[in-house]
Ligand binder design. Sequence first.
Ligand code: ACK
Length: 820
Amino acid sequence: MQLPSIILVCSILSSTLIKSMAVDTISMHQTFRDGDTITSAGGEFQLGFFSPGSSTNRYLGIWYKKISRVTVVWVANRDSPLVNTSGFLQISREGIILQAVNSSTGIIWSWSTSKLFKNPVLQLLDTGNLILRDEDRDFKSEEDFIWQSFDHPGDNMLPGMKFGIDLVTGMNRISSSWTSVNDPSRGSFTIGLDTSGFPQILLSKGSVIQARTGRWDGYKFKGIPKRSLNGIFKDEFVFNEKEIYYRFYLVNPTSATMRIILTPTGNVKVLVWNDQQQIWTVYSSLMDNDCDRYGLCGGYGICKIDKTPRCECLRGFVPRSQEKWKAADWSSGCIRKTNLVCGTDEGFVKYSGVKLPDMRSSWYTLKMSLQECEKLCLKNCSCTAYANADARRGGHGCLLWFGELIDISDYAEDGEDIYVRMPSSELVKSRKGKLEFILITAVLLVVLVGLILLSVYKKRKLMKEESLKLDSESVSLTKIENEDLELPLYDFESIAHATSNFSPEKKLGEGGFGPVYKGTLTGGLEIAVKRLSKDSSQGLDEFKNEVSCIAKLQHRNLVTLLGCCTEKGERILIYEYMANKSLDSFIFDSNARNTLDWPKLYNIITGIARGLLYLHQDSKLRIIHRDLKASNILLDHDMNPKISDFGMARSFGGNETESNTSRIVGTYGYMSPEYAIDGQFSVKSDVYSFGVLLIEIITGVKNRLFSHPDHSLNLLGHAWLSYEQDNLLQLIDGVILESNNYSEVFRVIQIGLLCVQHDPEDRPVMSQVVLMLSSNMKLPHPKQPGFFMERYLLRQDQFLSKPNLSSSTQLTITTLLPRQ
Ligand code: ACK
């Protein structure tokens, strides 16, 4: 046999060997082709070629072996895809070259060293680390690796992986996002350890910082909520003259599967694999709320997540631009009321429970007490603040800031103390202010107790005199303004400017009582602007209702009302902008629906349930939405759902749970029988609407528009019949059919059917729904749904204004029942 033929045979043999054996290594004479895989010894990870999402390009990558959902954690040739399956990988004797070669395009990706190794072997470890080592040498630690994939992070950070700088070699391990889920090439976001001051982790888009963690306090990075993950993993931060890095470990590696990912849209998420639901659950993320956006409040501003507006100036500072500040553009920050004069009598104002400002202009030492630190700061005219550098041993070390303090947020649960330099005049004011504050508080307390006693007396009297008339409770505009709702009033000019004069191109759609526009405030904040029609009295009611209902509510599954505008007779509401618009544009559109897989839909379902639970039970007021439907669920850029449109909502005080109205508002197909027929609404009428929504999400069909060739039942009747006949599969629509988690899908249908039961008493409350969704508890059998047969509930002549029943829109209806 001639030499080339021998090589070919050897190559084919070795390739076959890789294919057929559960090996974890590729050695020098083997050829690893597209279609071959190696699996780590314990079966945790696999290396092979793959195509991400809808792409047909081929990449060499590592993914979890034991997890049903393909999750790629590392890609070799991320920036140079193979266009077909001709790629193969070889370990070369000369120079240790790792390469994936496409016959037509040459080397796709390689790694080489000037050192020569006798017998190099590539091995996939159970940590997900792909290492190159000398087979003739034992390996005990990573010093024995010639090369390792952990030194070249992609978008995933795995347990044990170092993230930071090797000060000896200069290697900086930085993560970069994928361009999209279909394209692993380097996207626009990076996350890395910044060591220009006290070390902190920065998330950037290009050179612009998007977010940052707090600093390492000796135990953990401040500002990343860990919630229930405590005890599952441990953080490690090594900070010496050789290296500075962060990594995390699982306390018990077999107890959980966990990773941190930098998403293509620029968020950092801690994910844990949920074996029961077969999904990755997000336990925390770096961009969780407005205050996580880097420098939202500018220099010397402080972000308060539970306040509207979010930004305030530190004490002794005022906004640099009052106009911008009023228009919710806080980026220019604050300036001192009184300038510092170095060398005069200066001091410090202490702030407790805050996320410390950006550390890039900081200096630190661990060998100093707080008193020495204060003295050092006072001595240096450009020092603006100081704090302890390390939280251990009750706090020690010294951290000094020079220049503007930026990106401070109120972080009561996990914050730290900082001392901000102030001129003596402000300190006197502050001390005087404190005394005044104590005095005023004492007086106020006495007055308050008196007022409470008086109001209890009056309330009792009032309750005897009249029953609560919810229908006529509408709050007048002046009352709203007097109520100190802390809702920012925007001036009309800034809203007109943000929406290019309410230009038709900026129009997002038409809501119940007026158009909605997309706008961008001068600071870059994207908003949605709802301009309620000036003439409609219903518009006015809706405006008042929305303002009074949601101004003070805060929940991740409720859309945030940022402010309103009442100038020039306008009634404008300003909301956070939801990049993915409403749920109905996804679930009822066969193309858009294909972009939502079951885990995403499930996340949407549980999010809506949590939002509704908050309204019904956990918010200060008990709120009944009364118009819950797919078009009132908005989706943010991560497809998280937020309940919107509180124009029809009603708030209840104390222990009230239901009420009666003669003015029925709501939407065809979503209204419960007792509400549509008798005007009786309660939390259970919202539960009914939620049930309809669940069945619509699963089937992809609108309840109102459903028809079946074999019977005249409506969608709910059809779903219930399918349940009774044990044929739930026929309800499931295309994308969901692709999920291999039918038991979860069937559970959701059953929960939906429980929610739409005819008798409100039989329907669960939202806390039970949330429990049913998050556990495997046995579900009761649903009884027959309300509106089992009915397609059109109310006679047309009962409507005050005839709704337009086009298939593309679902209008909210308002009708009056004859007074009883
Ligand atoms: O389905 P859509 O595109 O999403 O069309 C409707 C339209 O305005 C009328 O309600 C859209 N919309 C409403 N509020 C917001 C918001 N906060 N962010 C983005 N779009 C919104 C909604």
